[in-house]
Design a protein around this ligand. Structure first.
Ligand code: UDP
Length: 337
């Protein structure tokens, strides 16, 4: 397949690019490097630095090859930040995506894989969460993604744009080449491991009175490589069938914050200091996916379902890359293959 990966320098995008090129697909990456890292992009992909909202830039990219499918990873994804700055979230996650779709349609590209999120569901009435659960997001991040999913359905009806929305639960872990590196880091597993590495004093546990077995928040952690594989299966399905769909994507097992700490202590062999802190705004108590639909329809199967294996891969990567990616301070250049 000829695949355009928008946001391919980010954590999940770069892991997907790595898997795509390993599987022999032709890949062009566009990324504005606002959150991503040039060093994370596989050398086997063509990399163009620019913004999906920049129509002249996107016209150039979309004219450069005949793309079978576009994967859209460009988004801000921090729940807390979305509560304090919703403008930024709607602008990037909704307007940015609309600009991408507009450019795609102008170039006759009508297949899109969209990075959606468990956050579109809010506090679930049924756990594990099926695709049919009501969408009641509890924060602007989730609402921006739910709005874009709705937009994609309207684009199918009006323009025949076929899309597959993959609703990620908690992406975690690392491949041999790419890992999680945000600045600032807000995600639990890297924070826990940075503490094990001695780079942080302690882990703050956000909330101890959720209605869960130990009072801390429960999430469904899924290995980034398994997420990447789901994108390839979804793209192949979309190209073959030309049928849009939505899939929840997690392991189907929930782990509390305290269980993550326990698993990380087992993996690292280190005691990890922690203290309880107030709940983080917008955080639901439990998010666990039902992955039955994607297992059945796309025959997706996680290769790394165990939490300890996921944490081990992140720990291996962090020990090898304690400073993450050495991001060049100023302008990174586009790179031809
Ligand atoms: N969390 C925590 N301390 C941290 C970061 C996260 O207790 O420093 C909790 C958070 O409240 C949630 C879970 O860990 O219950 C996963 O949070 P993360 O930010 O990794 O992902 P999210 O679920 O927000 O996408």
């Amino acid at each position: 397949m000829n695949v355009l990966v928008a946001g391919g320098a980010g954590y999940i995008g770069s892991a997907t690019v790595e898997k795509l090129v390993d599987a022999g697909h032709n890949v062009v990456v566009v990324d504005n490097l606002s959150r991503g890292h040039a060093a994370a992009v596989s050398k086997s992909a063509r990399f163009e630095v620019g913004d999906i909202s920049d129509r002249a830039f996107m016209d150039g990219v979309l004219s450069s090859a005949k793309f079978d499918v576009v994967m859209h990873f460009c988004a801000f994804s921090l729940v807390g930040e979305s509560v304090t700055d919703p403008m930024k979230y709607y602008e990037n996650n909704v307007s940015g995506g609309m600009a991408l779709v507009k450019a795609m349609l102008a170039h006759g590209v009508k297949r899109l894989i969209f990075s959606s999120t468990a956050a579109i569901f809010g506090e679930p009435a049924v756990v594990p969460i099926p695709e049919t659960a009501p969408k009641q997001p509890t924060n602007p991040y989730g609402r921006s993604k739910a709005a874009f999913e709705q937009f994609l359905q309207d684009c199918d009806t009006a323009y025949g744009l076929k899309s597959i929305c993959l609703r990620y639960f908690n992406a975690a872990g690392a491949t041999k080449k790419v890992g999680e590196c945000h600045n600032p880091e807000t995600h639990l597993i890297p924070i826990v491991l940075e503490t094990a590495l001695g780079r942080r004093k302690e882990v703050q546990i956000f909330g101890r009175s959720y209605l869960t077995q130990d009072g801390t928040g429960i999430r469904d952690y899924i290995h980034v490589s398994d997420l990447a594989q789901a994108h390839i299966l979804a793209a192949e399905y979309l190209v073959d069938s030309n049928e849009g769909d939505q899939f929840n994507l997690g392991n189907g097992h929930g782990y509390s914050v305290l269980e993550v700490l326990e698993a990380a202590e087992a993996v690292t062999g280190k005691k990890i200091a922690r203290k309880f802190a107030p709940r983080r705004a917008g955080d639901p108590a439990i998010l666990v996916a039902s992955s039955d639909k994607i297992r059945e329809k796309l025959e997706w199967e996680p290769e790394y379902p165990e939490l300890e294996d996921i944490i081990q891969s992140a720990w291996d990567w962090m020990q090898k890359n304690p400073d993450g990616y050495n991001k060049p301070p100023a302008k990174a250049k586009s790179r031809k293959k």
